[in-house]
Design a protein around this ligand. Sequence first.
Ligand SMILES: Nc1nc2c(ncn2[C@@H]2O[C@H](COP(=O)(O)OP(=O)(O)OP(=O)(O)O)[C@@H](O)[C@H]2O)c(=O)[nH]1
Length: 777
Amino acid sequence: MTCVVILLVLAATTVVTWMALSMSERDMKSVIGQQQFSLLSLAAANIDEQLAGKRTLLASIADDVPPRQRTPAAIRAAIERHASAAEEFANVAAFDANGRFLASLRPPLQDNPSVKDRPYFEQTLAQKRAIISPPLRGRVSSLPVVVLTHPIIDSGGDVQAVLVGSIDLLNSDFFQHFNTMKPGKTGFMFIMTTEGILVNHPNKGRLLEHINARPGVNLGTQRALDGFEGWLEATNKDGVDGIYSYKRLNTTNWIVGARYPTDEAFAPMIRMRQQAVLAATLFAAVAGLLSWSMIQVLLAPLQKLRSNLHAIRARGGDIGLLRSHAKDEIGELSEALYELTAERQAALERLAESEKRARVIADNIPALVAYIDRELRFRFTNEHYQFLLGIDPRRMVGKRVDEVFGPAMLARWQDCFDIVLAGRRIHVERLGEELERHLHLMVELVPDLAPDGSVPGFYMMCTDITERKTAELAQAASEKRLRLIADHLPVMISAIDREHVLQFGNATYRRWLDTDPDTLPGRPMASVAGEVAYREAKPWLERAFAGQVTDYESTARLHGEPRVLETTFVPDVRKDGSVPFVYALTTDVTRSREVEAELLRQARRDPLTGIPNRRQFEDVLDQAIERVRRQDSQMALAYLDIDNFKHINDSLGHAGGDEVLKEFALRLTGNVRTTDTVARLAGDEFVIVFENIRHPDEIQLLAQKVMDAVAPDFTVLGSPLRVTTSIGIALYAGGTETAGGLIGRADMALYDTKRRGRNGFTIDSGRGLPEAAVTRP
Ligand SMILES: Nc1nc2c(ncn2[C@@H]2O[C@H](COP(=O)(O)OP(=O)(O)OP(=O)(O)O)[C@@H](O)[C@H]2O)c(=O)[nH]1
């Protein structure tokens, strides 16, 4: 912190110093530049002045030549009369209009020199006025020179002769003053023509050379050649910066330039900058230290606060240490921090408590519980890993799934992980083949959906369902066995739901109805059994859904044959009392019903004679009495006993007696109406129930008819035998009399007949006394 403060102060001081220096440097550069340009302008004025002086000198020599005696001697004399000519020029010579030598101040270096083809000469002739030549190399001396000319014109206006003054660029004093005006110690001045040919340069070897003869570019010089006058900063071809000033000469338009190296020009300023930086650094250090000391004093309460916070965080100390009763900003801050920390501590305690509870719950869930992040690393695992798989859950945290269970496991589960990490919940049941124990696992993968829709991880809960799975497999095997049994039972078995839709049917459907049992689930009962059969079954079925076992019998045609079917509806009553299904067991009872009917029939028949026995008789009598009451008709009951049957038995044997009984029964049944019933009650006792008696007198005729039927001899064991019978008849014409009462009256009437000597009949019409009694002789 201290370092930061010092660095900040230093940085601020440096920035301020740098800005101040930059501004003063900019001003200083401007001043130096202007100075340089002023100096250069003075130097240029000096050159202009010298050139003007030299031109004036030539003009004066020309004027001094007498117009009518322009001989070489006169011209030479005129030159020599001007003593300054020798100082101003390296030589002054005169040439005629054809360029031929006329005279000179100093002897020529060659005989009869000619300037006929020299451009400055031709230009002077052509323009008829004085000119200053560009620098050129002397023909004979090979020295660099600048030539000034002046024409001597005759009265006719023609050029009669030309005065030529040469300036030796190497040795003359022409640039002496100019060169002393160079800027600084290492600066210099130079002159070049508008074409860039050097007229003056500290390096004399470069005279007459083009300024850009050396490779590279100096943008300042370039601008000067383009017409710029003034000062600027530029870099020379050697890469050295400098202040450049440029000014044009009035006389020749040549460019006068000065170069002032920046290092030298700004040397004082650089020194000043270094001193300023040093001073600023010192100032910053002192200011920084002072600031630091002050901050230390100011921040002392905060430091205390910080160390208290450290102590609380490191050792869990009392957060009351954060409290401060100071009435300043730091006091308020401490109090706010205390409240914040207290709230945070309470929240952390609640969170810890909640995490503890969650951990206890997770550790005690009989399932593997884990949280896995997007990199498929375990972030949370419960204790069940230790219990079920023998893996320490703490060692799993931070490891990837394949690091714990191997790459084969990851490959098998990767598709599930991809789905859950895409935000979809998955439920799968799988055999955990990658585990040492082959467990059946039920796995629930739940994505951890963040509020922004991203999925940073997912929860995985694996339950060991091996036991359940084994039980399911056993149940499936058991169901298969049951199915096998059900399919081979001669019973049609169905499961019917509350909508009366079939949910199951056994193979008997195929045998009885030619219906594939696999097509039954989902089909309404009516569509399988037919509307009629369904309507018949419906009430029984509804009672079964009410919880009652019902059964009923029905008839149906199976393969064209009439069959009797017995159906039992068994409700599937659940613990809550609901009946989701009713099982229907339909049995073909045709054969047993036939046997039953036969047994019943036989139970009601006398086995010896084949006519109804006492049981049948009693039913018939009850029904007949009921019909009389209902139809307001009449009936009669005849009670018959074979006379002296004991004697027959005794004489002919029991078999003979049986023959008599059978013949007797045959004769009785053959002589009554089909609506009448003949029955043998026991031994030689028979009864006849006569129905639909229209008049009591009819009874007598009926009795007589029976007597007549018995009268002819019987053939017993090949011998004729006379058999007689005694009859007692009771008439019933309605009323409350019971069957027993009627039988009693008939019996009494029989008794009367016997009492009178047998072989006859007695009729009791129900009026108290027998009304008719007949005894055969
Ligand atoms: N053969 C034969 N005899 C039977 C049968 N059932 C009963 N009896 C005999 O029939 C006889 C009936 O005799 P009763 O009716 O008491 O005497 P009864 O000789 O007919 O004398 P009344 O009736 O007074 O004429 C007895 O001897 C029985 O043993 C049977 O099924 N077959």
